[in-house]
Design a binder for this molecule. Structure first.
Ligand code: BGP
Length: 486
C-alpha cells in the first residue's frame, strides 16, 4: 500500500507535490465541426438540444426517430476544433498541470469498421497533444466519452453486440500506436456506470423500464469490461509506464432515516450504482452480490471462454470518477418525490441546497465518497469531474463575477484535501467544463461550468469569443500555491 500523499504533507500543506491540477472536457461537447475532416456521425451528433434532450435520452424508441425540428448543439459545440490553440493557451495561463479530453472514435474510424484510420482525425488529436506538451500540460485521454460511431449503434445495437469489443480494440491500438509515446494517462469509458441511466450515450441503444433489471445492459457492460481489460493489456504491451483507469460516476448514498429498511435500501442502491462496475474493473471479478441479483432478475450473461480470465488479469491502475452530488434514499413507499442529480437521483435531503438544475450541493459527500472508494480498493483515485453548472451574467464591462462557482469549488477542494489527510491517495483534480461547453444532459450552453466564458447561446447565436471569468484568476492562484491558499 502506498500512502505517499500523507507522507509528503506537513501541517500547512493540503495537497501533495506533483498533484495533477487541471480541467476536463469531452470531444462531443466542445469540438463542433461534426462533419469536418472526414469525421463520421456519432450518437452525440443526433442528440437534440434543449429540454427535450432528457426525455429523448430516456426514450426507448429506435434511433431512426430523430427529432429534426430541434437544434443539434453538438454540431458546433464551442468550435474548439478551430480554437484549440487559443483554448490550450488559456489553460496554460491558469497553470494547468494536466488536461483531460476525449477522442471522438468517429474522427479516427468514421463508421467504426474501416480498415485504416482517418489521417485527418489523427492529425487533429496529434496537434492537440503537441500543443499541450508545448505548454507542459500532461494529456489525460478518455478513449470513449458518451459517443460512438452512429453506424455501430444502428448496425449492431451498440455494445449489445460482442463485435464491438474487437472494433474498440482496433481503435485503441491506433491511439496507442500514434499517441502512446506522448500520453501516459488514459481511461477507457467515461462514467461506465452511466449505462444504468442513459444507455444511449454510453452503450448506443435505448431501453425502457428498470435498467438495473435489464439483461441487455448487463450484457453490454460485460462486453465493455472485456474490451476495457483487453485495452489495458494492449496498452501495457505498447506503452511504457502507461496508467489506464476506469471512470465512474460516484456519489455517497445516505439513508433518509435510521430505519434499517432505509439503510438497507440506500446500501443496496449505492452498491449497484457506485461499485458494481469498479468492483469488476478493480478486483477483476464479478462481485458475490451480482449472482443473486442476476438470478432474481432472470439475467443470464453470455460469457465467452476466456472472458473472466481477461478481466481477472488486466485490472485498472487507478479509479477516475466524477462527483457532482450526493443522493439520499428511502425505502420506496410510492409517494416520495424524487430530486435530480447527475444521473443518480434520490429524495430531497433537508440539509442540502441544490443548483438551479436540482443537483444537491454536498462538499462533505466528496470526502465521504473518496474515503469509501479508497477503503474498498486501496487504489489511487483521480477526481476527473467536479464543478457547478450555473447561468453566468456578463456585466457591461465584459467581466463575469462567478463567486458562486469559486465557493463551490473551494468547498469541494477543502473536502478533497481532508480526504487526503484521512489517508486517501489522490492523484489529481480536473474541474469539469473548464471552458464553457454544451451540457450533456440538457444540450444547452446556458448551463455553464467554465473558468473561461464562451460567447455562444442556447439559440445558436454568439461569436465563440473566449473571456476569463473571476474564477479563472482564482484557480490560477490555487494551482500556483498547490491548493494551500484555499
Ligand atoms: C457527466 C459527464 C459530462 C458532463 C457532466 C455534467 O455526467 O461525464 O459529460 O456533461 O456530467 O453534466 P451536464 O453537462 O449535464 O451538466
Amino acid at each position: 500500500m502506498q500512502l505517499f500523499n500523507t507522507k509528503l504533507l506537513n501541517e500547512s500543506e493540503r495537497f501533495p507535490e506533483g498533484f495533477l491540477w487541471g480541467g476536463a472536457t469531452a470531444a462531443n461537447q466542445i469540438e463542433g465541426a461534426y462533419l469536418t475532416g472526414n469525421k463520421g456521425l456519432t450518437i452525440a451528433d443526433i442528440l437534440p438540444g434543449g429540454k427535450i434532450r432528457l426525455e429523448w435520452l430516456q426514450d426507448e424508441r429506435p434511433l431512426e426517430i430523430i427529432a429534426d425540428k430541434y437544434t443539434y448543439p453538438n454540431h458546433e459545440g464551442i468550435n474548439h476544433y478551430e480554437h484549440f490553440k487559443q483554448d490550450i493557451a488559456l489553460f496554460a495561463e491558469m497553470g494547468f498541470k494536466c488536461y483531460r479530453f476525449s477522442i471522438s472514435w468517429a474522427r479516427i474510424f468514421p463508421t467504426g469498421e474501416e480498415l485504416t484510420p482517418n489521417q485527418e482525425g489523427l492529425d487533429f488529436y496529434g496537434n492537440i497533444i503537441d500543443e499541450l506538451i508545448k505548454h507542459n500540460i500532461e494529456p489525460v485521454v478518455t478513449i470513449s466519452h458518451f459517443e460512438m460511431p452512429l453506424y455501430l449503434a444502428k448496425t449492431y445495437g451498440g455494445w449489445k453486440d460482442r463485435k464491438l469489443i474487437s472494433l474498440f480494440l482496433n481503435y485503441c491500438e491506433v491511439l496507442f500506436k500514434h499517441f502512446g509515446k506522448k500520453v501516459k494517462y488514459w481511461m477507457t469509458f467515461n462514467e461506465i456506470n452511466s449505462a444504468f441511466m442513459m444507455p444511449i450515450m454510453s452503450l448506443g441503444f435505448q431501453t425502457n423500464g428498470d435498467n438495473f433489471k435489464n439483461k441487455d445492459i448487463f450484457q453490454a457492460l460485460h462486453h465493455q469490461f472485456v474490451a476495457s481489460s483487453l485495452a489495458i493489456k494492449l496498452g501495457r504491451e505498447m506503452i511504457k509506464s502507461v496508467k489506464i483507469g476506469s471512470m465512474v460516476i460516484a456519489a455517497p448514498f445516505y439513508p433518509l432515516t435510521c430505519n434499517p429498511k432505509d439503510i438497507l435500501y440506500a446500501f443496496d442502491i449505492e452498491r449497484m450504482w457506485n461499485f458494481y462496475c469498479s468492483d469488476i474493473q478493480v478486483r477483476g471479478e464479478y462481485p458475490s452480490y451480482s449472482q443473486r441479483h442476476f438470478k432474481e432478475n432472470n439475467i443470464e450473461l453470455e460469457i465467452a471462454p476466456g472472458d473472466l480470465d481477461i478481466i481477472r488479469s488486466n485490472t485498472v491502475d487507478y479509479i477516475a470518477f466524477s462527483y457532482y452530488n450526493s443522493c439520499t434514499e428511502k425505502h420506496p413507499s410510492g409517494d416520495e418525490v424524487r430530486v435530480g442529480g447527475n444521473m443518480m437521483s434520490g429524495v430531497e435531503n433537508p440539509y442540502l441546497t441544490a443548483s438551479e438544475w436540482g443537483w444537491e450541493i454536498d462538499p462533505t459527500g466528496l470526502r465521504i465518497i473518496l474515503n469509501k472508494i479508497y477503503d474498498r480498493y486501496k487504489t489511487p483515485l483521480f477526481i476527473v469531474e467536479n464543478g457547478l453548472g450555473a447561468k453566468d451574467t456578463v456585466k457591461a464591462d465584459g467581466s463575469i463575477d462567478d463567486d458562486y462557482r469559486i465557493e463551490y469549488l473551494k468547498e469541494h477542494l477543502i473536502a478533497a484535501s481532508e480526504a487526503i489527510k484521512d489517508g486517501v491517495e489522490l492523484m489529481g483534480y480536473t474541474m469539469w467544463g473548464c471552458i464553457d461547453l454544451v451540457s450533456a444532459s440538457t444540450g444547452q450552453m446556458s448551463k455553464r461550468y467554465g473558468f473561461i466564458y464562451v460567447d455562444k447561446q442556447d439559440d445558436g447565436s454568439g461569436t465563440f469569443a473566449r473571456s476569463r471569468k473571476k474564477s479563472f484568476y482564482w484557480y490560477k492562484e490555487v494551482i500556483t500555491q498547490n491548493g494551500n491558499n484555499i
